[in-house]
Design a protein around this ligand. Sequence first.
Ligand code: 13P
Length: 325
Amino acid sequence: MSSLTEVANTLVSNRRGVLAADESIGTMSSRLESVGVEATDENRRAYRELIVTTPDLVDSISGIILADDTLRQKLSDGRTFPEALAAMGIHPGIKVDTGAKPLAGAPGEKVTEGLDGLRERVAEYVSRGATFAKWRAVFNIGDDLPSERAVRANVHALARYAGLCQEGGLVPIVEPEVLMDGSHSLARCQQVTRVVLRSLFDELALMQADFDGMVLKPNMVVAGKDCPEQPSVDEAAQTTVDTLRETVPPSVPGIAFLSGGQNPETATRHLGAMQNCGSLPWELTYSFGRALVGPALETWRGNPANWEAAQRALSVRAVANAAAR
Ligand code: 13P
């Protein structure tokens, strides 16, 4: 087994999942401000330290995705974040895209950037201890969206990112996110997710990415958050699994879902229900951001007296998701 395959398997197996703590400086700043914490480098660092020093996290978390700024910061004890994670038995990961930008000629749609210089950045991240990477593409659902232009531009970038990561020794987490924003139905989300995933795996094959050395991080198939007809947990879970069976090659070791703005308990229930949808060729796990760390951030609010309670709030979500598997 190649080391990429080994890392990919470790990330998704043993009932563990991946924690996404890779919010960009802008996104992290607004999350901090939303709970009354000043958006400084130090507060972003402290919040990430709270996450990675949560006791027993290794039991439910196999890897943590960091942002570039965190990779260069240190814990209070002087270790870098990757050093501390590796010592705990948690894989350090790195978000390598530089964000979704408006796509020319496609109003309302975005293409994720970050390919220029990526080979050199991958080499640097490997030298700093990262073992895996993440790149997120976003797809809006609208009457005529996503356009074929937006789908093709984004899957092309995802596939080139995956190839560069594998060449340089990082396992790519490939994240095509069909957004929950809007009033579309479950069926429409399924249709769009199917198109995106088919197109993605065609492009990954064209770029000769190794399916067994990657992790797919898709959205769950759910109705838009403003849709008046919300499916049951079992219906959304079954539709998600059906869509993945149609589109994801069996050689992919694991599928680690994003939470996408679902409330933390609902995301966990969906994950649990999917484990009862028959035997599957891949592991199904979590790579949540908000659904894992949201309650901890709400609890911490920048107050050192809330530190341990916030870590307990993170533990509760991490343990619940591991149990749901
Ligand atoms: P959410 O689970 O909050 O959607 O975040 C996952 C992620 O990594 C987004 O890129």
